[in-house]
Design a protein around this ligand. Structure first.
Ligand code: C2O
Ligand code: CU
Ligand code: CU
Length: 512
């Protein structure tokens, strides 16, 4: 049962104006270690009323993409104005669509009141553009520079930075988000997240649902203050100096409103045809177990065709699909048997009350469907074998002490930019054994990996394909195998529960 508790906070609201964040929302605590849930202080709209927004696709200017990070206000809940931190004025930010092997440059301009760092999650990116947490883009006027954790290798710029992405990688749904040292979680919460789709000819030739029938779905949870701001339990609501969240939220911050592409419990009109749903769980800490159900209670299969790092070898059918923060699932949902006028709800079996609903589709019309879902989707998946591993390493992901308080540790240590945790050779294959105390979605930068085992047994159906984030369940050990391929330099691996990440659960990976 959900226990609800109300926190009385006499917080200095004036100081919070800069971020639009506040910490006075009522809170309910769920009996789980993945986080505590904030409760909104505004009336919430009924589900399935707001149309699903599709983030606009960014056009390059003189061969370069330009994104200005700036504050704005948007109407997320009908009739409620919510201040946001955005990429280019929208949440989600604009989608970048790129082609495999065609390098792009994105110039980010930071007009926010705090430093930022951009990371392309899932990108095979040279270290200098990978968004290392201390490689800050400082605002034009920022005088606190020196407080940032000492890191002699940090490369900081003021106002703008050009990120270059070779995109020499499989076609996949990637996403870009803030990665600033100690403040990633609240920055993403404020709105700093966007999609990036890499395409290639092989995928284009498969005949998968495309155009209007390919929908990116960025799922997040948020909570709202009475005045419309996002609620967030930051210790320093200006997000300038002091990192961290209030005690009850050390496990992660959950909201009581589910947003898809920035809209609450949206609805989307579809043809009675196959759709390709490119699902990203961009929530800070919330896990979902997705299911598609018609209003008369019939369950539709979720046919998975791709994972974090692109297409599977062949489709995998799920009755329900768990998704952890930062994971992507490329799904085919077939509405052809659904009567015109009927509705299909996407629900979250791990939710309760309002958080059980995610979004809905309303079948609007019969239509021709030329799309196909081939039995063989890709032939380029790696065939790494355990015996090829040059190294087998073990990492624990556990709660512990950090800076005299609570933290989240990898092998007993909180993140330190000055310490190299793992040194590996470019081209080497390694097996990593990851052990968790509570839920930890573990993410590696630069490389994709395959899941070798889970809990000492074969991987689960949703472990299929090439991943960059693996959801470790409480008390579980899993093994992954990868080849450290791409570029030399300093990279990261970390828990993608964004609050855990900010509270120490990150480590350095040096590729030499
Ligand atoms: Cu989604 Cu280190 O990142
Ligand atoms: Cu990443
Ligand atoms: Cu974690």
């Amino acid at each position: 049962m959900t226990r609800r508790r109300v926190l009385g906070i006499g917080a200095a609201l004036g100081a919070m104006a800069a971020t639009g964040l506040s910490a006075t929302a009522a809170m309910s605590r769920r009996p789980s270690y993945t986080g505590a849930e904030l409760r909104s202080a505004v009336p919430l709209p009924p589900a399935f009323q707001v149309p699903l927004p599709i983030p606009s696709v960014l056009a390059p200017v003189n061969g370069r993409y330009e994104i200005t990070q700036r504050e704005t206000t948007a109407e997320i809940l009908p009739g409620v104005r919510t201040p946001l931190w955005t990429y280019g004025g929208t949440f989600p930010g604009p989608t970048i669509e790129s082609r495999r092997g065609r390098p792009i440059t994105v110039r980010h301009r930071n007009e926010l009141p705090v430093p930022t760092v951009v990371h392309l999650h899932g990108g095979r990116t040279p270290a200098e553009s990978d968004g290392y947490p201390t490689d800050l883009v400082l605002p034009e006027r920022w005088s606190h520079g020196g407080h940032v954790m000492h890191d002699p290798r940090a490369v900081q710029t003021r106002l703008t930075r050009d990120y270059t992405f070779p995109l020499d990688q499989r076609a996949a749904l990637l996403w870009y988000h803030d990665h600033r040292m100690d403040f990633t979680a609240p920055a993403i919460w404020c709105g700093l997240a966007g999609l990036h789709i890499v395409r290639d000819d092989a995928e284009d030739s498969l005949g998968l649902p495309a155009g209007r029938r390919e929908l990116p779905l960025m799922i997040t949870d948020r909570a709202f203050e009475a005045d419309g701001r996002f609620a967030y339990p930051a210790l320093d609501p200006t997000l300038r100096l002091r990192p961290g969240v209030r005690g009850p939220f050390l496990g992660g911050v959950l909201g009581d409103v589910i947003l898809v592409n920035g809209a609450p419990w949206p609805v989307h009109e579809v043809d009675a045809a196959r759709y390709r749903l490119r699902v990203l769980n961009a929530s800070n800490a919330r896990h979902y177990e997705l299911q598609a159900i018609t209003d008369d209670g019939r369950r539709l299969d979720l046919v998975q065709i791709g994972a974090d790092q692109g297409l599977l070898a062949s489709p995998v059918t799920h009755a329900s699909l768990p998704t952890a923060p930062a994971e992507r699932h490329d799904l085919i949902l077939d509405f052809s048997d659904v009567p015109v006028g009927a509705r299909v709800r996407i629900v979250n079996r791990l939710g309760s009350g309002r958080t059980r609903d995610v979004m809905a589709f309303r079948v609007a019309r019969k239509a021709a469907d030329e799309s196909r879902v081939p039995r063989v989707l890709a032939r380029d998946l790696p065939t790494w074998q355990r015996r090829d591993a040059a190294e087998v390493r073990e990492f624990s992901f556990r709660a512990g002490r950090m800076r005299g308080g609570h933290g989240w540790l990898i092998n007993g240590l909180p993140f330190d930019p000055a310490r190299t945790d793992v040194t590996t050779r470019l081209g080497d294959i390694e097996v990593w054994r990851l052990v968790a105390d509570v839920h930890h979605p573990v993410h590696l930068h630069l490389v994709g990996f395959q899941v070798l085992s889970r809990g000492g047994r074969a991987p689960l159906p949703h472990d299929a394909g090439l991943k960059d984030t693996i959801s470790l369940r409480p008390g579980e050990a899993a093994e992954i195998i990868t080849r450290f391929d791409g570029y030399r330099g300093r990279y990261l691996f970390h828990c993608h529960n964004a609050e855990h990440e900010d509270m120490g659960m990150m480590a350095n990976l040096e590729i030499t």
